[in-house]
Design a protein around this ligand. Structure first.
Ligand SMILES: [Ca+2]
Ligand SMILES: [Ca+2]
Ligand SMILES: [Ca+2]
Length: 210
């Protein structure tokens, strides 16, 4: 891998990566015509209902992943700036500011910091150090063919894996489907965890003594 990228970490970006890993298909379901929906609980219910296409008040894995491939394709096309049908390392790892987020060197510190915060807030889920892997590691994990480029299929497979494992972690009673209660509590965990990670990264990055 010879691509160059800047190493300036971006707190928000990492937090949002984790969030998108945990929750992509939930936000994906929000693409409909609804707008201006500010009421939190209500909007979460609507989100759940829009995912529940069978209307049986639980989400199946199929319902939960229904938009995943299409969403991945849209993102792929947006990132493929030279339009060659593949994502290079740079296309895949740089964000809108032209930087690749890299918190891999403080991954353990982030995990320790978030773990300490759970003493006061047990809604927070402690992340794993692998959630903060380097851009190279993230890229190579998706590049299953190992040719140094990401195909649409690789990107879609990766998205499906992530959304499926998010579904699994939501289904806390292992019933094979996700109830509204499971959905809601996962959403609360996600919000608390995202905030905790953001706070920890800010703190760790602003450790200057002067
Ligand atoms: Ca359903
Ligand atoms: Ca390309
Ligand atoms: Ca369940």
């Amino acid at each position: 891998m010879t691509s160059k990228f800047t190493q300036r970490p971006l707190a928000i970006a990492t937090a949002s990566i984790l969030v998108s890993v945990l929750f992509s298909s939930v936000t994906y379901a929000q693409k409909g015509p609804r707008s201006g929906d500010r009421e939190r609980g209500n909007s979460l219910e609507q989100r759940f209902q829009s995912l529940d296409s069978s209307g049986d008040e639980v989400l199946s894995l199929d319902e939960f992943t229904a938009n995943t491939s299409e969403r991945a394709e849209n993102k792929f096309n947006r990132k493929d700036t030279d339009e060659d049908g593949f994502l290079s390392f740079e296309e895949a790892t740089t964000n809108r500011r032209g930087e690749a987020t890299d918190h891999s060197e403080i991954a353990q510190d982030i995990v320790d910091c978030v773990a300490a915060l759970t003493e006061d807030n047990d809604t927070i889920i402690v992340p794993e150090t692998s959630d903060f892997s380097s851009p190279e590691e993230r890229f190579n994990a998706v590049d299953t063919s190992g040719d140094g480029l990401l195909s649409l299929e690789e990107v879609q497979d990766n998205a499906l894996n992530k959304v499926s494992s998010a579904f699994e972690s939501m289904d806390t009673d292992a019933s094979g489907d996700v109830s509204y209660e499971e959905f809601e509590s996962h959403n609360q965990q996600r919000k608390a965890t995202r905030q905790a990670i953001r706070n920890c990264i800010n703190e760790l990055e602003n450790d200057s003594v002067v």
